[in-house]
Design a protein. Sequence first.
Length: 139
Amino acid sequence: MGLRCKGCGAEEHVKNGLMRGKQRYRCKACGLNFTDTPPRGMPLRVKVTAVLLYLSGLSMNRTAKLLGVSTPSVMTWIEQFAEVYAQKPEPEGRAVVVELDEMWHFLKKRPTSSGSGRLGIVLQGAWLTGNVGAVTPPP
């Protein structure tokens, strides 16, 4: 397999001078000038391994440490994978707004202060078979 154009992948090219001491080529198909340098970034196999490790339950930090890359890189690869392969779920059923301050009265008899004035949204759907309770740590 010969040298391929970095723009269109075609193999037909001609020499077109030197660039910083490296041979420069011009693609006959698209006209792009390019040099024979290795591609930038991590290989696809490393990115796929990172996503699989994360999906298997490892944290982003641990995945990055195992593969010898940065945590933001792992996060970017996971986000790119999710954009392509994971559809954003749409809520089914109806949404009910619940004020979590209603929990205050139930927990009032405890010696420590509990409760929250925050609003929460509870989605009701076929997957919900019982009551829903939400517990948040005190601010």
